[in-house]
Design a protein around this ligand. Sequence first.
Ligand code: GDP
Ligand code: MG
Length: 609
Amino acid sequence: MGNRGMEELIPLVNKLQDAFSSIGQSCHLDLPQIAVVGGQSAGKSSVLENFVGRDFLPRGSGIVTRRPLILQLIFSKTEYAEFLHCKSKKFTDFDEVRQEIEAETDRVTGTNKGISPVPINLRVYSPHVLNLTLIDLPGITKVPVGDQPPDIEYQIKDMILQFISRESSLILAVTPANMDLANSDALKLAKEVDPQGLRTIGVITKLDLMDEGTDARDVLENKLLPLRRGYIGVVNRSQKDIEGKKDIRAALAAERKFFLSHPAYRHMADRMGTPHLQKTLNQQLTNHIRESLPNLRSKLQSQLLSLEKEVEEYKNFRPDDPTRKTKALLQMVQQFGVDFEKRIEGSGDQVDTLELSGGARINRIFHERFPFELVKMEFDEKDLRREISYAIKNIHGVRTGLFTPDLAFEAIVKKQVVKLKEPCLKCVDLVIQELINTVRQCTSKLCSYPRLREETERIVTTYIREREGRTKDQILLLIDIEQSYINTNHEDFIGFANAQQRSTQLNKKRAIPNQGEILVIRRGWLTINNISLMKGGSKEYWFVLTAESLSWYKDEEEKEKKYMLPLDNLKIRDVEKGFMSNKHVFAIFNTEQSTRREERRDPKSSYGF
Ligand code: GDP
Ligand code: MG
């Protein structure tokens, strides 16, 4: 960035400042600026007036500055001032500027000398200034003054802190030389928010009022209470000078003479005085803005996005036109329908990459959660075999049977089919929950119209609930149907007659004899960690989990078996997925005691838990 660009940084921030002031407190950006703080009568106003070379700030006893004054100094060939609150008027008479500040202060605070954090924005164009933005803040008060309410001290402190605690602010801490630096209100307050003194600039006023034989050399050489940005000494007009209407130009000349002739300051006269202070502030603020730009840019962008969102919400809102009301209502309801369908049915535009849509979640319930609930259904093969054997024996009664009776088979199968009810109903519950969440997400666009939102949610939710009842009835009916007649002729059915044949077929197909498809609980990839320390790391195997064993193979072909682990008395339980992890983990554990855990990662995620 060239020099020219740098010069424009302060005016650029001024424009932003005005834009934000005009839209009020709702939108706020911490712009880089200089906040002027100091005790009452420390000389803050005098410093600012010296920069401009004009008397334009209110004076008097008690708390004179009662609203923050954002003072933008802009280098210009002609000299005039303007306020943001009455931009059309150009002030050339600076007495009028003072009157307007007083009047505008009272407009917000009332005439009873209250304070307000709502700033007044004043812009001064002048050939004598360097571009600079300063905030004149109320003086730090120690004791309640006159007719001020007693808590005003805290109100002022709060207001000052509100401005200087922003990392974006430089702090101009004004301290009079005729008081002990260690007791400086300005430095104490600055230290609260900038303990390392990185963004505090010290200003020492009233050097001319120091007792005979004392000086502030140590302070000004940054030796006493060092600040990274150092201290600059100034000499403003005294009360007598002001009353005598001493010209500021003459005052600046006197200030220069003071530093050049004073034995303690002569050697650093070039680094002292109002013009040097102004130049330093201009440079430091410019650098500070440059450093803050990237951050500022990203903040502005995110504010823009959120504003655009808000604009979207109000796009149908035309309170002045009653005929638009119905149309707007219909449009919003229609939009709700479209949004809902997109979220459930899926859509190519505006795809959410942060979270799964309702439709995708429902898909997951159907294809991952539901099958999981099915395999999770506890069935202990030993119990089942015992039940079968009892059923057969009970059906034979006193007779000894030759053939396995179908009745026994049916009795057992029916018992198993009934068990499907619970996972099926649970699946419906999960889907309903997703639908209702989706309704809520879609109605959030209507948040500017709370009653419409409430009513929309109520109607749609009632409808979903009604359908929920009917769906559950239907599912229970289906299960009843399945249970009432077992069609052993169906091709999917492995009857006793062809079970044997099928099992041999399967055995031929696979190199390794298998218990048959029915008993496989899960297949997938498995990670085995630290096979040997020498190789280190982990290795992937294809696993097959059956009720009796966990085997792992080289790959999906299931030809090369690496190991088979018998699983007597073991149960399977899925383990919650960890934060940031895409691994699906389940535990195989002994019901009696210790836990063994296998990690499984399944890229195709046929179960995925
Ligand atoms: P503020 O309350 O911090 O804004 O202080 P002012 O700028 O209003 O100054 C308070 C009083 O101190 C005024 O009477 C000024 O004339 C006087 N004053 C400020 N700076 C100096 C200075 O450097 N030397 C002298 N002699 N008087 C000063
Ligand atoms: Mg003042």
